[in-house]
Design a protein around this ligand. Structure first.
Ligand code: BGC
Length: 413
């Protein structure tokens, strides 16, 4: 008989989404960039992806794949979507607020949209699901991008004003606030690699963006704490497991500084500004390691111990940790259940090792719009037919539901 691994009482189980990826019909800097770039992205797919990916996902050659459009229509379907989450025994759910809906013009608030998000939070609560609210998951309102986005001199003031406007009406229903999703990924893709809007490529611009986002988080942290006494505030950060390299000098020159910069720099800056740490865990990187044997549809290696390594390094911050994203694109659902189970056993090992992990939110509740890749990567526990909006619960979702229900997992299969 295999050993049963129990998780701590009150451990939160659920899934995560973000507004632009699921809501549909957003109007922001991303939606406009998509329209301008869809044809180019469809053309580039011929050389950007591996043969097996091109064969498996021919929709990547269609410009429509790259336009978020109606997405998963979650804006209109959140009630029934949360019924599904409840039926899957989720006790927590992470969603984001779309800034461009709430403040469509600078300084002008759309109270109906604020009410909408209040209702989203209440709908979760009514189902016994704890909301985790992300205040900014990447798209910017058009008016802000027009004046330079995060490079605008008053961007941080604008962000703080928006945060204050949202927190007050939602504070009774929301305890967990994530100010910014993956500032490091945003800064690198928008300001260094130039692949996401506003597509800049400058080392200095990248460092400036990083510093701006750090300051924005700190301002938002204080704004939330002033508005809500029971608020618990953090960020969701992409944590990469930089695997050790056996030639010591290479390890010291390359791996260690990278590890410090990517994984710890932000948290060191946030030391006095974080009540919890949100971990988004997808990647293991090793110098010289070209391709993994077991891969997701994205071509990302599936190495379940990554979650353990990502968590153990954060023990030193001595604050609760929530896994705010972890998952894989797996259209035929052939690897998801196994990957979740193996990863959760490692998460349990991290808890036994003294890391205060208090919850796990899988990415994602349902299939959605994967930024510059569009719709072909299927990250959902629940499949979405984007033509009919039909939801189909994948088998892996039921296996995960069993773990959520029992707050435990078998030590092996
Ligand atoms: C982001 C999500 C994204 C996921 C999978 C994370 O970096 O926060 O928006 O869909 O990774 O790529």
């Amino acid at each position: 008989m295999s050993k049963i691994l129990k998780f701590p009482d009150g451990f939160l189980w659920g899934a995560a989404t973000s507004a632009h990826q699921v809501e549909g019909n957003n109007y922001n800097d991303w939606s406009e960039w998509e329209k301008k770039n869809a044809e180019k992205l469809a053309r580039e797919a011929r050389t950007k992806y591996a043969k097996w990916q091109r064969e498996k996902f021919p929709e990547m050659f269609e410009p429509a794949n790259y336009i978020s459009g109606a997405a998963a229509d979650h804006y209109n379907r959140y009630e029934s979507d949360f019924d599904i989450a409840k039926s899957l025994r989720h006790t927590a759910h992470r969603f984001s607020i779309e800034w461009s809906r709430v403040e469509p013009e600078e300084g002008k608030w759309d109270e109906k949209e604020i009410e909408h998000y209040r209702d989203v939070a209440r709908t979760l609560r009514a189902r016994g699901i704890e909301p985790f609210v992300t205040l900014w998951h990447w798209p910017l309102p058009i008016w802000l991008s027009a004046k330079g986005g995060w490079e605008s001199p008053d961007a941080i003031d604008c962000f703080e004003r928006y945060v204050r406007k949202i927190v007050l009406p939602l504070r009774d229903d929301v305890h967990f606030w994530i100010t910014i999703n993956e500032p490091e990924i945003y800064a690198i893709n928008t300001h260094l690699k130039g692949i996401w809007p506003p597509q800049k490529k400058s080392m200095a611009g990248y460092f400036r963006c990083v510093q701006t986002l750090i300051r924005a988080h700190k301002r938002a942290y204080h704004a939330i704490k002033e508005s809500s006494h029971h608020a618990s505030v953090g960020t969701a950060r992409d944590i990469v497991y930089f695997d050790r390299y056996n030639i010591k000098i290479i390890d010291s020159i390359f791996r260690k500084p990278l590890d410090w910069w990517w994984n710890y720099y932000f948290f060191n800056k946030f030391k006095r500004h974080q009540d919890f740490i949100g971990v988004n865990s997808y990647f293991r990187k090793k110098i010289g390691l070209k391709s993994a044997q077991n891969m997701s549809d994205m071509g990302w290696g599936l190495y379940s111990k990554t979650l353990y390594h990502s968590l153990i390094g954060l023990k030193k911050y001595k604050v609760p940790i929530y896994v705010t994203e972890h998952g894989l694109a797996d259209a035929d659902d052939s690897r998801r259940a196994q990957f979740i189970k193996e990863s959760l056993r490692y998460l349990h090992t991290a808890i036994e090792g003294g890391v205060q992990v208090k919850g796990y939110l899988h990415w994602s509740l349902f299939d959605n719009f994967e930024w510059d890749k569009g719709f072909w990567p299927r990250f959902g526990l629940v499949a979405v037919d984007f033509k009919t909006q039909k939801r189909t619960i994948r088998p892996s979702a039921y296996e995960y539901a069993k773990i959520c229900k029992e707050n435990a997992i078998a030590g092996d299969d």
